[in-house]
Design a protein around this ligand. Structure first.
Ligand code: PGA
Length: 253
């Protein structure tokens, strides 16, 4: 069972477009037999898409959630409210939020708050650069350690880790990340999860690849790279391409 997550970022800009894109993805998700699909729209659209999802096999997630359930925190999203409106996932620690100044400490608190509210957490980690000495392994290990500080062992079933190599994302990327790049890092991530949760539990935690995924590289990351799923940004707003990714993932079982 692969997990395919759409991260819409700040798109689209109208409810009508959000509903149209979602309706297309819902059809693709409904055809899939072995694939779980999660759509993370801007928070403004979460309630509308939960209603549009109805009983279909598609989940809705937030792109972020605060570490307190309530309070005088202007502009923040309560994880309790996110859960109550019908979301079941929250992305935490996305590289774009880390770039806005979010620290591992804040991310750890957000991950705990999300699972406290029975949301599944998609925790993002990833190094800035790849150096020939392998310092990037230490960077990702440190991120994992700090971002999972205090994470309750009993909530491992609600944890998903997404690996996003920052150097491979965007137009200025030096090169694309490859399935072997992912495979190597997923071994390190799995080893750390084993230390934290024990082997049996660690092997049930999905590790996703998320960095410039499209309909051409999706299958190689899933098959050759052994990814348990994908976190898809830009391409998740293109119904045709995203549904192709779902169909490809479904061939993997
Ligand atoms: P991208 O974004 O697929 O547009 O690179 C992935 C992500 O950052 O979630």
């Amino acid at each position: 069972m692969k997990l395919i997550v759409a991260n819409w970022k700040m798109y689209p800009k109208t409810v009508a477009e959000a509903k149209a894109i979602f309706s297309g993805i819902k059809k693709g998700a409904s055809r899939a037999k072995h694939t779980r699909v999660v759509v993370c729209p801007p928070h403004l659209f979460v309630g509308g898409l939960v209603a549009a999802a109805g009983k279909a096999r598609i989940a809705i997630g937030g792109q972020n959630a605060f570490f307190d359930d309530e309070g005088a925190k202007t502009g923040e999203t309560s994880p309790a409210a996110l859960k109550n409106i019908g979301a079941t996932y929250a992305i935490v620690g996305h590289s774009e939020r880390r770039a806005l100044g979010e620290t591992d400490e804040v991310i750890a608190a957000k991950a705990c708050a999300a699972v406290r509210n029975k949301l599944s957490v998609i925790l993002c980690v990833g190094e800035h650069n790849r150096d020939e000495h392998g310092a990037y392994f230490a960077e990702v290990s440190a991120q994992l350690r700090a971002s999972l500080a205090g994470f309750p062992k009993t909530e491992a079933k609600r944890l998903v880790v997404a690996y996003e190599p920052i150097w491979a994302i965007g137009a200025k990327a030096k090169r694309a990340a490859t399935p072997p790049d992912f495979c190597e890092m997923s071994i390190l991530i799995r080893r750390y999860l084993t230390e934290l949760f024990g082997k049996k539990v660690a092997f049930t935690i999905p590790i996703l690849y998320g960095g410039s995924v499209d309909d051409r590289n999706a299958l190689p990351f899933l098959v050759e790279g052994g990814a348990d799923g994908l976190l898809v940004g830009r391409v998740s707003l293109d119904v045709g391409k995203f549904n192709t990714i779902i169909t490809l993932a479904d061939t993997c079982k």
